[in-house]
Ligand binder design. Structure first.
Ligand SMILES: [Zn+2]
Ligand SMILES: [Zn+2]
Length: 639
């Protein structure tokens, strides 16, 4: 790249811009001849006449208008002559003159003219003006390569305007260098330059070329920060681009944002979602148990006759089952014209999640033999676990040609849940899986359910040995001591976590209300209605304690915020339930999801609340759904 050629611009020609100068700007003849166009309008002729009549005008505005008219008529030669006349009459070109005449040199393909103009811009002190810089970037970018254009940007003093950056980014894209356009945008953000809708749509088009979801997500974050999120997406007229951004949010756990964009895509951008976009947003509904949004989407599909394929139907079943509406899941399943193996396994898992393993096992018997694979056996064993069907479980396990660890762990879960610890031990020895953490965890679950404290402790110690860096194991140990009333020892284990600088998983519960997912942490006071939420819980607890209820810790792995551990009233699931109670009409079912297993005390409290307020409370934890109704739970305490 020859940047030196304009590092020393020919400024001597303009020693005094106020003095008439004899300077001939000329255009490369060949390029000029090929581009020159004849005078097209009568208006131009009359404008020129007016100009000829006032040759002594010193108003640059007049000159600029004439140059602009020639430019609009593609008459580059006359534009240059006019500019020449302007200089010879001692009229100082202003910040609007140079960009126009720079366009002339670019459009006529004359780099030498452009370089002379660059020199004049420096001499006039307008080379840092945003319009002039933009004109120079376009000139060099088109006639001398994008590196020269970059040099102009790097050497300009005012870099806060988005114009020059965006012009350069467009040049990169034009020259098939989209990655450089993205880099440039990142630099722009770094230096704090102005970000506008044009710069955003330019860089997002580079991301589309690059097919880079990661860059797209970063840019989208920037757009959000600047309140330009919608401007960014509006120009994208296809469902694929919207879907990729929505998927980005969903994967990042920003489900509300994902939902919001999905609605905007339909209502404001008027883009009809396709099977891909639907099956990417439905799992988010399933994950968050966002039933309302899921139903809204299903309703949209029906109303707008969006073609539904097996994948979408499977996603619908999964969404309904995981957001607590088993009846609907089963309805979609039974209406399917053709089912694949995923349809069956999703439905069986749905039954198991809701404690209806018996129905799951029945359904498994109906799967065409040819479709049964190792994964479907996993769902069959899971169904047997929730229904405590040991014999059936054993039968299915024996049908698997080469059982994997996941199958073995489920068998151990089944045996220990059923209290058959001797058989579980024999099974573990036979399969040599004693040192597998999944298997140890399955045994611990059985010990917790059957209150087998001494074996439970030994197994937790074994787990701590197997995974010394997993904070969750130490939490379980600490909770075990708390359950045994040894609070000092419990505190020592919590200290161990701090000493080892480990981070336990944070417990969250959430509830969907008015198209939004409200998330609560243990002891959370950040919600705008916190005061009312706690007040409601305290009232309920007073009644409960009056009936002789007392908090009993258990050694499962649950809420771990040590400061608040002793106050289960602040456990996230209770906060979410309380929010549900105060926000919805009486009689409405309250649906809460938690990322950890519900603790024993909260389980008891939820049972009690369902009775006192005569409401069904559905609490989903990673293992199952708890349907609390009239003081009892559907899980039959097997959780
Ligand atoms: Zn709890
Ligand atoms: Zn339960």
């Amino acid at each position: 790249m020859d940047v030196i050629s304009f590092s020393m611009p020919p400024v001597s020609i303009l020693d005094n811009v106020n003095t008439p100068i004899n300077y001939n700007l000329h255009i490369g003849a060949n390029r000029y001849n090929s581009r020159i166009c004849a005078l097209k309008t009568r208006e131009l002729a009359s404008t020129h006449q007016v100009f000829d009549e006032m040759p002594l005008s010193t108003d640059s505005l007049v000159w600029n208008t004439v140059i602009q008219t020639h430019l609009a008529n593609l008459d580059y030669s006359k534009a240059v002559t006019t500019y020449h006349g302007m200089l010879s009459r001692g009229v100082r070109p202003d910040r609007h003159t140079l960009p126009r005449i720079l366009s002339v040199s670019r459009l006529s393909g004359s780099l030498s003219l452009g370089k002379q103009l660059h020199g004049q811009a420096v001499k006039l002190g307008v080379n840092n003006d945003v319009y002039v810089t933009g004109g120079l970037i376009q000139l060099y970018g088109n006639l001398d390569g994008v590196d020269a254009a970059k040099w102009v940007l790097d050497n300009s003093e005012k870099k806060m305007s988005s114009v020059s950056w965006t012009l350069l980014a467009k040049l990169y894209i034009k020259q098939n260098k989209p990655a450089l356009a993205v880099d440039l945008f990142n630099q722009m953000v770094e230096v704090g330059a102005e970000i506008d809708a044009v710069s955003l749509t330019t860089v997002i088009s580079a991301c589309v070329v690059l097919k880079s979801l990661k860059d797209g997500r970063n840019i989208h974050q920037t757009a959000r920060k600047h309140g330009l999120e919608f401007d960014l997406l509006m120009p994208l007229r296809d469902a694929i681009s919207w879907t990729s951004v929505i998927q980005g949010y969903v994967k990042n756990g920003q489900i509300n944002e994902g939902f919001k964009l999905f609605r905007k895509m339909i209502t404001e951008a008027k883009i009809k979602p396709d099977a891909v976009s639907i099956s990417s947003i439905l799992p988010a509904c399933a994950r968050m148990a966002a039933l309302k949004t899921g139903r809204e989407i299903h309703g949209y599909l029906i109303r707008n006759v969006v073609p539904i394929n097996v994948k979408v139907e499977n996603a619908l079943i999964d969404m309904y089952a995981k957001s607590g509406w088993l009846e609907y899941a089963s309805m979609v399943f039974s209406r399917m014209k053709s089912k694949d193996v995923v349809s069956w396994t999703v439905m069986i898992s749905g039954y198991s999640l809701h404690g209806r393993g018996d129905l799951g096992v029945e359904l498994f018997k109906k799967i065409p033999k040819i479709d049964i694979d190792e994964i479907s056996y996993v769902t069959a064993l899971f169904a047997c676990c929730t229904a405590c069907m040991v014999e059936e479980g054993m039968h299915y396990f024996n049908c698997i040609k080469s059982p994997k660890l996941v199958h073995c762990a489920l068998m151990v879960t089944l045996l220990s849940r059923a209290g058959k610890f001797d058989e579980a031990r024999a099974f573990i020895e036979e399969r040599s899986v004693a040192r597998q953490t999944e298997v140890v965890r399955a045994l611990i679950d059985g010990c917790r359910i059957h209150k087998n404290l001494s074996t439970g402790k030994r197994l937790i110690e074994q787990l701590c040995d197997l995974e010394p860096l997993n904070a969750d194991n130490y939490i379980m140990m600490s909770n075990w001591y708390a359950q045994s009333g040894k609070h000092d020892a419990s505190a020592v284990w919590r200290q161990t976590i701090r000493d080892m600088d480990l981070t336990p998983k944070i417990a969250y519960s959430w509830i969907e209300f008015r198209n939004k997912v409200h998330v609560f942490r243990t002891g959370d006071v950040s919600h705008p209605r916190s005061e009312r939420i706690y007040w409601e819980l305290e009232c309920l607890m007073k009644n409960l304690e009056g009936e002789g209820f007392s908090w009993k810790p258990d050694f499962s792995f649950h809420d771990v915020d040590e400061e608040r551990e002793c106050v289960p009233i602040g456990h996230s699931e209770l906060l979410a339930i309380s929010f549900g109670l105060i926000s919805t009409r009486s009689g409405t079912t309250v649906r809460v999801t938690k990322n950890h297993r519900v603790c024993h005390s909260c389980h008891e409290v939820a049972k009690y609340i369902s009775k006192v307020v005569s409401r069904e409370i559905i609490l989903k934890d990673p293992n199952c759904f708890h349907h609390f109704k009239d003081g009892s739970c559907s899980c039959q305490e097997l959780y």
